[in-house]
Design a protein around this ligand. Structure first.
Ligand code: HEM
Length: 427
């Protein structure tokens, strides 16, 4: 795989760029949202501006009338009604790094529905569960077992690498170049980092984002073309996408390449961040670690409650396709609406004691994987990966606990949340 010198950036450095870009000010977003829920259901203005982070609107942020909503019901309305609250503008936010090809997150209406129908079968639990053995093997053999004798680790070193390593394998890339997935991981983060609001960083970030996008395109295209030629057999994602057929509608090579490319950032650092949040909650909630160690059937609840309590993506922005009225406020056509997921997930009207982390709470939808037509298509993949990773850690690292030589890890960030390090020891 050819690699422009400018892109010779290690994964951790790319991850830090994304973390810094989306971390923002030290304002506690949970606190500010709680105050807003008490004060008003709708904020007229750019609520996100105070956090100093880019939104999906990129440079268009601040150029249109903007509103923010905080309640469970309103966030649900915005995410559910994708015809009124549209996503097409997202493409421009990331600039040319994602332009052209299949970027499903930025599709609207009938076009989105058709593509989603075509892709969906590759992501349903029946398909995804077939990958469990492969995931488990990669996590245990490639990552966790080699560390057993060390009796200590920063789990986020593993957390940073394993989601892309798994996607690399599930997608059906050749396994003869074990280092290539690290390159993929780093480049996918450079694409995500191209969405900047800092004028001093925009040009360089976009340049790197474009180079990374092209590098990924070329590498993925090579594999896709070869797989098509060979008959696209097998259960891996690329083969399934090449064979996908919805009433005669099929994906071109270009669409498969650009979709696979867009999956890397969607599937990689989201899972990394979510794992960090789960681990922080697992290690810092009294009694929880012992319960989960003894009863692994609690892991799905642990994942769901973390995704409610600490969604790694704190808000979603949409653009109105018509004038709407909410709580007596007229929102003109063409406005940005900031749906505050982080607030809705702790709405007192819906969740009892919302600021309590409680894996036993009554199950009900929250918005950490989104909601409605754009709801995360990869959520079953992510949940299975996280489940395998947690089980493997608990199996392989006896009496795993936080390392007392390090500060207790903290979840932080205004737009993208997570903990950068989780140091543990075991017996
Ligand atoms: C824990 C990890 C993950 C989290 C928290 C997460 C979160 C989300 C959220 C919130 C959305 C909705 C975006 C919106 O409404 O604008 C989304 C969409 C999406 N996610 Fe995930 N995601 C995760 C893992 C994955 C994985 C593993 C994959 C792929 C295998 C994936 C692929 C996608 C795709 C393709 C979309 C766009 C769907 C559409 O627009 O119809 N995600 N994700």
């Amino acid at each position: 795989m050819t690699k422009p010198a400018a892109l010779d950036i290690p994964l951790k450095a790319s991850y830090n760029v994304v973390s810094q870009t989306y971390k923002g000010t030290d304002i506690d977003i949970h606190e500010v949202c709680e105050a807003m829920r008490k004060k008003t259901p709708i904020y007229e203005g750019d609520f996100i501006a105070q956090f100093g982070v880019p939104t999906n609107a990129g440079l268009a942020q601040g150029t249109k009338p903007t509103f923010a909503v905080f309640n469970y019901d309103d966030v649900m309305t915005v995410l559910r009604d994708a015809d009124t609250y549209t996503s097409g503008f997202i493409l421009k936010g990331f600039g040319a790094a994602f332009e052209g090809g299949l970027f499903i997150l930025g599709l609207d209406g009938e076009q989105h529905r058709k593509v989603r129908q075509l892709l969906q079968p590759a992501f349903v639990p029946a398909t995804v569960n077939k990958w469990r053995g492969k995931m488990d093997r990669v996590i245990r053999e490639d990552f966790l077992q080699p560390l057993v004798a060390d009796k200590k680790a920063n789990l986020m070193d593993f957390g940073l690498y394993f989601p892309i390593r798994i996607m690399y394998s599930l997608m059906g890339f050749p396994e003869n170049d074990p280092e290539q997935y690290k390159q993929f991981a780093s480049w996918s983060l450079l694409m995500a980092g191209a969405n900047q609001i800092d004028p001093d960083k925009i040009d360089e970030a976009k340049r790197l984002g474009m180079l990374a996008a092209q590098g990924l395109y070329d590498a993925i295209k090579e594999v896709v073309v070869k797989r098509r030629e060979e008959g696209a057999e097998g259960e891996d994602l690329i083969a399934r996408l090449l064979r996908a057929d919805n009433e005669g509608q099929r994906l071109t090579d270009h669409e498969v390449v650009t979709f696979v490319r867009s999956l890397l950032p969607a599937a990689g650092e989201t899972t990394t961040r979510t794992l960090s949040c789960i681990l922080v909650m697992l290690f810092t909630t009294p009694g929880l670690l012992e319960r989960v160690r003894e009863d692994r059937s609690l892991i799905p609840r642990l994942i769901d409650e973390t995704v409610r309590y600490e969604p790694i993506a704190t808000f979603k922005v949409r653009e109105t396709s018509r004038e709407v009225e909410m709580h007596g406020v007229k929102i003109p056509k063409g406005s940005f609406v900031q749906a505050m997921v982080v607030s809705a997930n702790r709405d007192e009207k819906v969740f009892e004691n919302p600021h309590e982390f409680n894996i036993d709470r009554k199950a009900r939808p929250s918005f950490g994987f989104g909601f409605g037509p754009h709801m995360c298509i990869g959520q079953f993949v992510a949940k299975l990966e996280l489940n395998c990773a947690l089980n493997a850690m608990l199996d392989l690292y006896p009496n795993m606990r936080l390392d007392p030589d390090y500060p207790v890890p903290k979840i932080e960030g205004a737009q993208l949340r997570g903990a950068s390090e989780v140091h543990v020891i075991w017996d």
